[in-house]
Design a protein around this ligand. Structure first.
Ligand code: MG
Length: 339
């Protein structure tokens, strides 16, 4: 096998920037692994809180001696050696994991969900992120997103109630709320969640700072809505620690190290009777499509990442009337459309 990689900058559509001054680009590294003329595609996308950057990814990939492997060995043993290269570097590992899953699906000529023995659901609805802005552009954005069953709204500012009331006045769509650790006090958070429960909100993601685990347990015991951990959980090993503090976890390939680890997290969450959300960073259709193959196993899905960017270099999973259309072609099912 051969591995190539190149840096890429993902550009977020301006209208989806969450607030004035927020970042509109996300660095990424794209990975390609070949064997016998077949190419598997992978991606590492790097939001600032992951602590990885294009240089650390490049260093990790240079350390990885993939040419010693051939797909005559099990995928698992290759991924074990990728995992054992370092303690962290989860986005770098995710890029390799996605490319290898794409490659193995193509070699075996089956779509990834089939390779993973997942029965595909035709009813996987993704949420769609709406950036808060002035009323006129908010109305326009919501009109464009009218086919989605769920809208995702970022909260955590002093305008939270006003923003939600404004959205409720425009649409009856159900809402996922992501606080991004923005409420500091658990009593304030509980009052807000009771209020949100009357405002078409389905779930609340990461209401408190991730370090406030005891406070999150208190909140989780009293909350009328499911609370979903995002920043508080990166990998499989974190799940035990937070199992009483949240109703479920937002699993993202870039946080956990890829498809194999995400699947392990799903199994662990089921065992603990916790809810499963499959989410994403700002990503191209490469990583989004890879994650879509796990989406049939989730309670909630937030895979709108590729819809929010304007320089996607892949086609793959599509969204029609708010439903994910998971590709049937071999591997993850993406096609590279630009360099
Ligand atoms: Mg989040």
């Amino acid at each position: 096998m051969n591995l190539r990689f190149y840096p890429y900058t993902i550009n977020l559509k301006d209208e989806f920037s969450i607030s004035v001054g927020s970042r509109t680009t996300t660095p990424a590294v794209m990975v390609e692994i070949d064997q016998d003329g077949i190419t598997g595609y992978g991606e590492a996308s790097l939001p600032p809180y992951l602590k990885e950057d294009q240089e650390s990814i490049s260093n990790f990939l240079k350390k990885l001696n993939i040419s010693k492997f051939k797909f005559t060995v099990e995928l698992d043993s290759i991924l074990d050696s990728v995992d054992n290269l370092s303690a962290d570097d989860n986005a770098a590992k995710a890029a390799v994991d996605i490319a290898l899953h794409d490659l193995v699906g193509k070699i075996k000529n089956v779509p990834l969900y089939h390779y993973l023995n997942i029965s595909k659901s035709e009813n996987v609805f993704t949420s769609y992120t709406i950036g808060i802005s002035d009323e006129k552009s908010l109305k326009k954005k919501i009109a464009l997103a009218s086919n989605y069953k769920f809208l995702k709204i970022k909260l955590g500012t002093e305008n939270d109630k006003k923003n939600i009331e404004q959205i409720n006045s425009i649409t009856d769509q159900k809402l996922f709320v992501d606080v991004n650790q923005g409420w500091n006090d658990e009593h304030f958070a509980l009052d807000m969640i009771y209020w949100l429960a009357e405002k078409k909100v389905v779930l609340v993601e990461q209401p408190l700072p991730k370090a406030k685990r005891k406070e999150a347990e208190w909140l989780n015991n009293k909350s009328p809505l499911p609370l979903i951990a995002d920043e508080a959980v990166q990998t499989l090993n974190d799940i035990e620690l937070i199992k009483n503090a949240y109703s479920g976890i937002n699993i993202k390939l870039m946080k956990c190290g890829g498809i194999r680890q995400a699947y392990r997290m799903i199994l662990k969450l089921r065992e603990l009777n916790l809810k499963i959300m499959i989410g994403c960073m700002t990503e191209t259709s490469c990583a989004i499509t890879a994650a879509s193959h796990l989406a049939s196993l989730a309670d909630w899905v937030d895979l709108d990442g590729a819809e929010l960017i304007y320089n996607d270099i892949f086609t793959g999973c599509k969204i029609e009337n708010g439903k994910l259309i998971i590709p049937e072609s071999a591997g993850i099912g993406v096609e590279k459309i630009a360099n």
